[in-house]
Write a protein that binds this ligand. Structure first.
Ligand code: KG4
Ligand code: ZN
Length: 379
């Protein structure tokens, strides 16, 4: 069963081809360079760029998989959550292809995709996470940590999801992005904060671990962000915000029409700190962000006794977060899995193809006439 999957939920145009749960190709066309100068993703630019690239990315995915579109059985697409104008491009393309070539259509929740990236196999049929296939991994706890989500999901079986923990405000990825903006390190914030944190002293600033004693499995990151801001204000010099700096670019830019510019980055001032102070602040922030995840996941594992813990979302790239969780969960006798292939870690259509494969086993198809994007879709 061949699946062509599309994901245009945010700032990557991605198309993948799979044969069941074996990924044959997974093309990702990143827009990071386009959004960088704005300090965050500009939805309308994302939409235009998806529209410009989608056909070429589809052709490339088919070419790499060495198949023709006629040989595809199922078209799968992310229909939420994500940026509405961006989602729209993928959803309308998937509907168009499903109707034109008389294919079945599967609408996939992007967060389900992040979970199912863990169940991917390579083109030869070898599972990246072999342990998940040796015996039933259920019950599973999935920790979803991305730019828009920080959630713990309980799964008793495939495609059954119960949210048992969530953030009450910012997501962990958002906190990395905001701290990066605050220190003028650019977008996306996660990788750059991680890089600078490596050179800093994580014990230098005593930042609070939010929700430490809340007695539930929920998260909060806005207090931590405010604590970082307080330190930056105390020891740094405030300069104009990225927003103010970019006003100049905005008036010059030809790619933006009046009225369609919606910056998603902070209008708060940025702070200039002594280099070592900034590195220490990044390290102290990252340590606390990781510890909150560790505390909550340990509590979740004790409560639900899962056979496996899966991680998904862009923040899984963070090495400190991965290693801290792995060592702490190991002490509780629980194995931690995450997507092993770099492409499956960030936003990509390969994970959407894998989720669609498991949905196809349950015949969870959509009607192209009725399918619409759902920007706020939840698990
Ligand atoms: O899953 P993803 O690619 O997109 C969404 O669905 O949101 O996640 C993007 C998020 C961003 O907030 C980015 O800053 C964060 O993942 N991220 C990281 C790292 N790499 C990406 N956060 C911490 N450390 C990293 N190395
Ligand atoms: Zn994502």
């Amino acid at each position: 069963m061949k699946i062509l999957a599309i994901d245009t939920s945010c700032d990557d145009t991605s198309v993948a081809i799979s044969e069941g749960d074996k990924i044959l190709s997974n093309i990702i066309s990143s827009q990071i360079e386009l959004h960088k100068k704005w300090g965050g993703v500009v939805p309308i630019l994302a939409k235009r760029n998806h529209e410009e690239r989608i056909d070429a990315v589809i052709s490339e995915a088919l070419k790499r998989a060495k198949i023709q579109i006629e040989q595809v059985d199922i078209i799968a697409v992310t229909y939420g959550p994500g940026l509405s104008p961006a989602l729209e491009v993928g959803v309308s393309k998937a509907k168009e292809l499903a109707v034109k070539y008389s294919k079945k259509l599967i609408a996939v929740n992007h967060m389900v995709g992040h979970i199912y990236a863990n169940f991917a196999k390579n083109s030869k049929g070898t599972a990246y996470n072999q342990g998940l296939f040796e015996s039933s991994p259920f019950p599973v706890l999935a920790l979803l940590i991305s730019g828009g989500h920080t959630e713990i999901i309980l799964m008793e079986e495939h495609m059954k999801f119960e949210k048992v923990g969530k953030t009450l405000d910012d997501s962990v990825g958002e906190a990395f992005d905001k701290v990066s903006n605050m220190l003028n390190w650019g977008y996306p914030g996660g990788p750059v904060v991680e890089k600078f944190a490596e050179q800093g002293d994580p014990e230098k600033f005593d930042l609070p671990i939010p929700m430490k004693n809340s007695g539930d499995l929920n998260f909060s990151y806005s207090g931590l962000k405010t604590a970082v801001l307080r330190v930056a204000k105390e020891i740094g010099v405030a300069g104009p915000s990225k927003f103010e700096q970019n006003q100049k670019i905005e008036t010059k830019s030809e790619e933006l029409k009046e009225g369609d510019y919606k910056p998603s980055f902070s209008k708060k001032p940025i702070y200039k700190l002594e280099k070592q102070d900034a590195l220490d602040l990044a390290a102290s922030f990252q340590k606390v962000a990781a510890e909150q995840l560790v505390i909550k996941m340990k509590a979740a594992v004790k409560k639900y006794q899962p056979r496996a813990v899966l991680m998904g979302g862009g923040v899984v790239n963070n090495i400190l977060i991965k290693t801290r969780l792995r060592s702490e969960l190991k002490k509780l006798g629980t194995n931690l899995y995450h997507p092993q292939n770099k492409r499956l870690l960030t936003d990509n259509a390969g994970m959407i193809a894998i989720a669609a494969y498991y949905m196809s086993l349950r015949e969870e198809y959509s009607d192209p006439e009725l399918l619409d994007r759902k920007p706020r879709l939840s698990l």
